[in-house]
Design a protein around this ligand. Structure first.
Ligand code: SF4
Ligand code: SF4
Length: 384
């Protein structure tokens, strides 16, 4: 893909990245790989594949593209679309086993919530190595002898990524609302579209200013109960109902009996209220979505079972863990930063980790491995 095509694909696919955008699965050769060349794996979300290919330029290697139903690695693995089955299937059908002498597969770290290294090893003989979170760190990761620095393990949410998320929300919303507005109230088209673009851009741009409240144990509970900015709950609809009653009263008192007046302002206010109550922050990698019922689950370590294998440290995208390699024990000093992806629980070979709810209920590893999150954040999707 030329630079121009790559740039155009980035723009177009960022606008529609809220939807699956699949590309062909299978095996790609990058450069001139031989029998000892590294084998990488990624999902079949087209934009991700193009970015990984770009990051691998200059490295002679193989790239396996596994079926994630056209969804990016993070959403596909936590949502049950990038699974053990996807990985085993591409290993078995791509012909990679005839091309290399080793059995070492480098996966993106964010696949660890959905793909179990232990199962892949048992069923295929391939050993999974968790690569860096971002493809741009792959060359450094290779140069470090497949070791990751803490920075390579951690998700960040820089300005460019935040703007991508804002565009991802604003583009389809402005299309849908724009069409409806042209039909119902053409004069309001420009102000409403401007609002639909401005609000997400502002909310994501200002994220660093309020992120500490979102992640702080002190404010999180009240924030989730009362906010209408990031959660879609009943409160926004109640507010809209109150506004409509006020509008109707005003209309009666001022003897403005035009139905168009009520329709126009009712529609515009509904758009506004829906817009500010969408769970925009649910699409950030550093904050647990407000729609998730298990939002306050606490990652918990059963110290007696831990043997210090450090798989948890290798896959945690928030660097919550610290492993004492002499004592062979892990601790979770940054548990407050946990986004409850479940990756550490899925990978721990000794079942030393689990989630605990505020009421003390335990979610054991077998549940976290078996059931993934659906679009509403409920753990219902059965792992393939
Ligand atoms: S919690 Fe599990 S994965 Fe982490 S160090 Fe202990 S045994 Fe290993
Ligand atoms: S500690 Fe939390 S964020 Fe880290 S891997 Fe485990 S569940 Fe995910």
């Amino acid at each position: 893909m030329t630079e121009l095509k790559y740039f155009a694909a980035n723009i177009v696919e960022t606008c529609v990245r809220g939807f699956p955008f699949p590309c062909q699965t299978g095996l790609l050769k990058i450069g001139h790989p031989d029998r000892n060349s590294p084998v990488f794996l990624t999902c079949n979300f087209h934009l991700t594949v193009e970015r990984v290919k770009k990051a691998l330029q200059g490295i002679d290697c193989y790239l396996l593209i596994a079926n994630s139903k056209g969804i990016n690695v993070w959403c596909a693995s936590t949502g049950g679309h990038l699974t053990n089955h996807s990985v085993i299937s591409v290993i078995k059908t791509s012909g990679i086993e005839e091309l290399v002498d080793h059995r070492q597969l480098i996966l993106p770290q964010l696949a660890a919530a959905g793909v179990e290294a232990r199962v892949i090893r048992q069923k295929t003989g391939w050993r999974c190595i968790w690569g860096p979170v971002y493809a741009r760190d792959i060359p450094a990761f290779l140069n470090h002898g497949l070791q990751k620095t803490p920075e390579m393990r951690q998700v960040v949410f820089p300005f460019s990524q935040r703007m991508e998320m804002a565009v991802m929300w604003a583009f389809p919303l402005s299309l849908a609302v724009g069409l409806l507005t042209l039909f119902l109230w053409p004069e309001a088209f420009l102000p409403l579209i401007t609002l639909i673009w401005l609000l997400p851009l502002l909310i994501f741009a200002l994220f660093p200013l309020y992120a500490k409240w979102l992640n702080s144990g002190k404010y999180r509970a009240s924030f989730s109960k009362y906010t209408i900015i990031f959660d879609f709950g009943r409160l926004p609809l109640v507010l809209w109902g109150i506004f409509m009653v006020a509008l109707l009263t005003y209309s009666l008192l001022s003897r403005n009996d035009s139905g168009a007046f009520l329709l126009h302002w009712g529609f515009a206010s509904l758009v506004l209220i829906l817009l500010i109550s969408i769970d925009l922050m649910g699409s950030t990698p550093v904050y647990k979505s407000g729609l998730h019922e298990d939002r306050f689950l606490r990652i918990t370590l059963e110290r007696g079972k831990c043997r210090g294998a450090a798989f948890c440290e290798q896959v945690c995208p928030r660097n919550c863990y610290q492993v004492d390699h002499r004592q062979h024990k892990a601790t979770i000093p940054r548990a407050d930063y946990c986004v409850q992806c479940g990756a550490c629980i899925v990978q721990c070979p000794f079942d030393a980790l689990f989630f605990r709810s505020p009421s003390g209920e335990v979610l054991p590893p077998e549940i976290i491995r078996k059931f993934k999150l659906n679009l509403l954040g409920k753990r219902l999707v059965k792992q393939a």
